[in-house]
Design a protein around this ligand. Sequence first.
Ligand code: AP5
Length: 222
Amino acid sequence: MIVVLLGAPGAGKGTQAKRMGSTMGVQHFSTGDLLREAVENGTELGVRAAEYMDSGRLVPDDIMLGLAGELLDRKGSGAGVILDGFPRTVPQAKGLDQLLLDRGETIDLVIFLDIEEEDAVERLSSRVSCPKCGSVHNLTTDLPMTEGLCDACGGTLVRRSDDIPEKIERRFEQYQRETHPTIEYYRSQGKLDTVDAGRPIKEVQEAIRRILSRNGEPQAAG
Ligand code: AP5
């Protein structure tokens, strides 16, 4: 099953994708995490992506479609995957359709995590994450067991460099301009399911579980 998670910055895409990945037993590809890793390692992709990410802008479509092609090759034919943060423009959505068509595959489901901007900004302002393993916590809604330390690996939790007010604002501008039309693109294909993502993590997770069950995902009931 190929599932796309769409939503504004802070909607909870990463939080829910990690849970879905382990429940469904499929790979979870987060383009944001992959780009941050590339920046950290100073790869060619990272050097090109850094200038856009640093200013809260989207990385150009040609770079993202190149990365998507690599991810699909890594996934292997017929395997399930959750795409978190990709596609987020209409050209990326069209490009992904073509990449999948070339492989005899198609997107099964797009889940749109719908949240008020005000609530999402509040979440981003209190998010902390682990640079070692990518785990995410929240100082208001999802506290780590030990203050300042990652539950999964004990690493030191830090704020993301793009979670500061002026960059959050830029990311929302990009979201409204570039990503919102993507939602309509999938709605017109009849593939979109919307979840109220303003609710607590477990309630959002349960709403997603119901959608997956309805769409014939047998391992979703966990
Ligand atoms: P990316 O990392 O994808 O950032 P984003 O889209 O801005 O999304 P976030 O990771 O900020 O939020 P999220 O929805 O995953 O929320 P989370 O689960 O962490 O991309 C970063 C950058 O990379 C982009 O700006 C762009 O430059 C580039 N990029 C990436 N993909 C690209 C693409 N396809 N094209 C072009 N450029 C691309 O949750 C947020 C917080 O809220 C956490 O603290 C969490 O604990 C908490 N939380 C989550 N759910 C709930 C809940 N239900 N209730 C209470 N708290 C919650």
